[in-house]
Write a protein that binds this ligand. Structure first.
Ligand code: ARG
Length: 573
């Protein structure tokens, strides 16, 4: 991974020359990192320890020789050696101010262009047609979209693909149910809810009625063979579902480059299966066609069922082939819940056997629970995603109305949408995806603590300060003011600002938006302590102007960071 922190890179470069001055040119590359304990300095280098063996000297002596080798450069105030040989660096405030200022002037607060020339496909959200999106889908949509934004910001060419579940046996069950259970009027006014009801009713009947099951299969075969009537019904199911999904995506601020559902690959399934057979990878087993993955420590991957139908794995293998041929991506990233891990490991292994070298990554996440239990479409307590969003907005509106903010009803409504939806997204994104989240309204909407509203509020407070500054000092851009870092709190804030690009890079590399969320929360807390102790507008002009610049920079990083998480940054709360 490339170093994204310019500060660390410059310090490492100087330290490298000090190591070389002491021990000659063949010392390996030295690294500098943020100090683990700020009492000892701002940055540290731990490389004296691993070098002890090669240089046949105690690490502490190595550190001492390095420190003595060169005069202190202007960027450093001091160097200390601690413990067995840690080299602690305390940077000069003026130099630090310059570094922070450079970041603030750089596009996107210095996010590196690490992905230039590289393409990633991100397959996320991907709900199944004819079922309302329930809150289980929120994680794939919200986490996937944050990863999408992170990779775009890093300069990757991103293809966001919504791989809709729009093909498969459920459509036989649905069409048969639709023909039987719905009146003409109900068919005319078809909704996704009625489709879901029809599905459950028809599915249950397949369990107790053989002839019903046969009828469902017959409808499916007709659909697969292109029967115009069944095709038209199927298309309607899709249109109705998409209208609903799009409403949710619009509210969530989520968009896709491609909407290629499973059906898109249907025509290429036979050829994909033939390829597996030709390469000797697939074999018949109890009437099904399977790829043996014993050597990979996994159960067989079924690619064609015993009834001749293709399945989820076959579609995913065909999808990889298509994406590789069309986009030549460096990576394909899939975002789904943890229950699909085996499926992904299996078909990734099959793709490797087919010779695909594209990096395939399954980003899985744990389920989201309400305290009463897991959300699932099979249980009665399904909460529709839209209902959850409505509830969030309603609760946010109550909080907004309780404060005396002088906003119009429309402004309050708009703000409630930003805060309510931001709260839901942040409740998800602030956790490591691979943990189970117990969602509570109290925590999601808290104005204190690690919540979306807290960060939005921090941003809005700075915006309000900037407005007041503009009234007092009209026509002046705070970002053009001279910046002097006055005391340890301001230095700490500047050091944190410098970590922004690295936080973005780490979040993207690890597929963990929570790394960025944690960073933003830490930044807001540092800002809060600064603000509590350091008057801005009431300070004498030079200090005031420098402090407001620091505030404006924190606002820049917060806005950039929250935007990467897909969270709105209203200027006024
Ligand atoms: N439609 C699936 C579901 O709702 C998710 C699809 C994920 N993407 C994929 N290429 N398999 O569980």
């Amino acid at each position: 991974m490339m170093t994204t922190d310019r500060c660390e890179a410059q310090l490492a470069q100087w330290l490298q020359s000090a190591f070389e001055a002491a021990f000659g040119n063949d010392v390996p590359a030295v690294r500098v990192q943020a100090a683990t304990d700020s009492r000892f300095g701002d940055f540290q280098c731990n490389d004296a320890m691993p070098l002890a063996k090669a240089l046949k000297r105690p690490p502490r002596a190595i550190a001492e020789a390095v420190v003595a080798a060169l005069p202190l450069p202007p960027m450093l105030d001091k160097i200390d050696i601690a413990g067995p040989g840690f080299i602690n660096l305390t940077v000069n405030a003026g130099w630090l101010a310059e570094q922070a200022a450079a970041l603030s002037a750089a596009p996107r607060f210095g996010i590196p262009d690490a992905g230039r020339g590289k393409t990633v496909v991100i397959d996320y959200s991907s709900p199944n047609v004819a079922k309302p999106m329930h809150i289980g889908h929120i994680r794939s949509t919200v986490i996937g979209n944050a990863i999408d934004r992170l990779y775009r910001a890093l300069g990757y060419t991103v293809i966001a693909d919504n791989h809709l579940g729009d093909w498969g046996t459920q459509f036989g069950i649905l069409i048969q149910g639709y023909r039987t259970f719905l009146t003409g009027d109900e068919r005319d006014a078809l909704t996704i809810e009625s489709l879901e009801r029809v599905y459950v009713q028809s599915y249950n009947r397949t369990k107790e009625d053989e002839s019903w099951l046969a009828a469902c299969k017959a409808e499916l075969v007709k659909l697969q063979q292109g029967d115009p009537e069944n095709r038209a019904i199927w298309q309607r199911f899709i249109d109705i579902s998409l209208a609903e999904f799009n409403r949710v995506y619009a509210r969530l601020g989520v968009g896709f480059d491609l909407w290629r559902g499973e059906s898109f690959y249907n025509g290429t399934l036979p050829e994909t299966i033939r390829l597996l057979q030709d390469k000797g990878l697939a074999a018949e087993s109890d009437g099904a066609l399977v790829v043996n993955l014993e050597a990979d420590g996994m159960p067989v991957c079924i690619v064609r069922k015993s009834d001749g139908g293709f399945n989820y794995a076959a579609t995913d293998i065909a999808t990889v082939r298509n994406r590789v041929a069309e986009f030549a991506p460096d990576r394909i990233i899939y975002v789904t819940d943890e229950r699909q891990q085996l499926h992904f490991r299996q078909f990734f292994a099959v793709c490797a056997k087919l010779g695909h070298t594209t990096h395939l990554e399954h980003v899985w996440f744990g389920l989201m629970r309400l305290p009463e239990g897991t959300f699932s479409t099979r249980q009665g307590n399904v909460i529709k995603l839209e209902a959850l969003l409505d509830e969030a907005v309603r609760r946010a509106l109550d909080i907004i109305k309780a404060s005396d903010n002088g906003m119009t009803d429309a402004e309050q409504q708009r703000l409630a949408e930003d805060i309510g939806i931001g709260a839901i997204k942040y409740a998800d994104l602030s956790h490591d995806p691979q943990t189970l989240i117990v969602f509570t309204w109290e925590k999601a909407l808290a104005l204190e603590g690690n919540s979306g509203p807290y960060l939005q509020y921090a941003y809005a407070r700075i915006s309000s300060l900037l407005r007041k500054y503009a009234e007092r000092v009209p026509g002046r851009d705070p970002l053009a003011n001279a910046l002097t870092l006055d005391g340890p709190i301001e230095k700490d804030l500047a050091l944190r600002l410098l970590q922004f690009p690295a936080a973005v890079q780490r979040a993207a590399d690890a597929y963990k938006p929570n790394v960025l969320a944690d960073y933003l929360f830490g930044l807001s807390q540092a800002y809060s302590s600064f603000y509590q102790q350091s008057p801005v507008l009431k300070s004498e002009p030079a200090l005031r102007d420098s402090r407001i610049r620091l505030c404006a920079m924190v606002a820049q990083a917060l806005r950039e960071g929250l935007t990467l998480l897909g969270i709105a940054t209203p200027e006024k709360i």
